[in-house]
Design a protein around this ligand. Structure first.
Ligand SMILES: *Cc1c(COP(=O)(O)O)cnc(C)c1O
Length: 353
């Protein structure tokens, strides 16, 4: 694939790393690729970062035809920049595209676009501890008509944002409210796809939890409100009597790359891991009898986010004295070690730019 590059004539100053938040500052360029049902993918290009101009009837604005990905480029101590399991994000995005009737992308072209774009923006990858260059590929349906059908035109774009450390003030366990009204996704729906609509539907419960002093919600399944699914926009894991239990991928759960990587690390280290249905009653029992040893959310942004308190139907349970557990800390150290190139990558997960 021949990517046409138009350089930004007015590159911006790189931000002071101490001011970095999440997704507020963007790099000088963006990758764009257009698709039409007759032409297929065409005009791959890197252009100066700019606003988009879309028709007011564009499909995405009315029918939510949008998917995205999230991954990071990490600056190693030797100055090189690397990606973490990008092929997993590429495959997941194609799975999301299939669910939303958006076009498939050839894996090798997507990979080439990622690498060439990150190479061009390499200097935007910060080097302060915990910082990285967050990459946000996204795709949307862009027909200029209000008819409801699979789209004939789509745009694929990658933007990049230098982001600060998720844990500026150390890793503090969060308080989580178990949500028994709203659901995030249902089997047969779009739960396994990374699409904007899932987020739009999640916000109300998240806001309610925040009003009550909780960071996020723990989602239950959409049919019986019985089985645990995810925490906020992260996958969730529990250490119960020495075994790590995480909800199985049932169709309504997003198959996280962090989740998959943690399972691989745990299995390699000889831990017992169970991917299965976990009911909220079983969890409440484990909290009541003290066999719940640790609980954490996991995703690219935080890597792991320890859970220090869970509230279910007005009952409050404290997990591990509200402190980060030893295994949670170990998983954080192992994964961030591989991602930033401080720990040897025996899995072959990292891709140098
Ligand atoms: C992105 C996402 C995750 C985490 O996936 P990672 O690949 O580990 O970043 C988990 N749940 C939801 C709903 C997500 O959107």
């Amino acid at each position: 694939m021949d990517i046409k590059v138009t350089l930004n004539p007015n590159p911006a100053q790189k931000p002071d790393p101490s001011t970095l938040g999440f997704g507020k500052i963007f790099t000088d360029h963006m990758f764009m690729w257009s698709w039409n049902s007759e032409k297929g993918w065409y005009n791959p290009r890197i252009v100066p970062f700019q606003r988009l101009s879309i028709h007011p009837a564009s499909t995405v604005l009315h029918y939510g035809s949008e998917i995205f990905e999230g991954l990071k480029a990490y600056r190693r101590a030797d100055g090189k920049v690397q990606l973490f399991r990008p092929i997993e994000n590429i495959r997941r995005m194609n799975n999301s595209a299939e669910r939303l009737c958006l076009p498939q992308m050839p894996e090798e072209d997507f990979m080439q676009a990622l690498k060439e774009f990150v190479k061009l923006e390499e200097d935007w990858t910060p080097s302060a501890p915990g910082t990285s260059l967050y990459l946000r590929p996204f795709m949307f349906g862009n027909d200029e008509s209000l008819g409801v059908h699979a789209v004939h035109n789509a745009e694929f774009i990658i933007i990049a944002s230098p982001v600060g450390s998720y844990y500026k003030e150390g890793i503090n366990p969060v308080k989580i409210m178990i949500e028994d009204q709203d659901v995030r996704a249902v089997r047969g729906g779009t739960g396994y796809a990374k699409c904007g609509g899932n987020y739009a539907a999640s916000n109300r419960a998240g806001e309610r939890a925040e009003q009550q002093g909780y960071s996020q919600v723990l989602w239950l399944d959409g049919v019986e409100r019985k089985y645990i699914e995810e925490v906020g926009a992260m996958n969730v894991m529990f250490k119960i009597s020495g075994t790590v239990v995480t909800p199985m991928l049932s169709g309504s759960i997003l198959p996280g790359v962090t989740r998959k990587s943690i399972i691989d690390v745990l299995k390699k280290e000889g831990y017992k891991v169970e991917e299965r249905l976990l009911s909220v009653d079983e969890l409440a029992q484990a909290m009541a009898d003290g066999t719940l040893e640790e609980a954490w959310g996991c995703g690219t942004a935080a890597v792991v986010s320890p859970i220090g308190e869970l509230c279910y139907k007005e009952h409050k349970y404290i997990v591990n004295n509200g402190e980060i557990g030893a295994l949670t800390q170990h998983l954080y150290d192992t994964l961030t070690g591989i991602q930033w190139g401080k720990v040897e990558d025996t899995f072959g997960w990292t891709v140098e730019i």
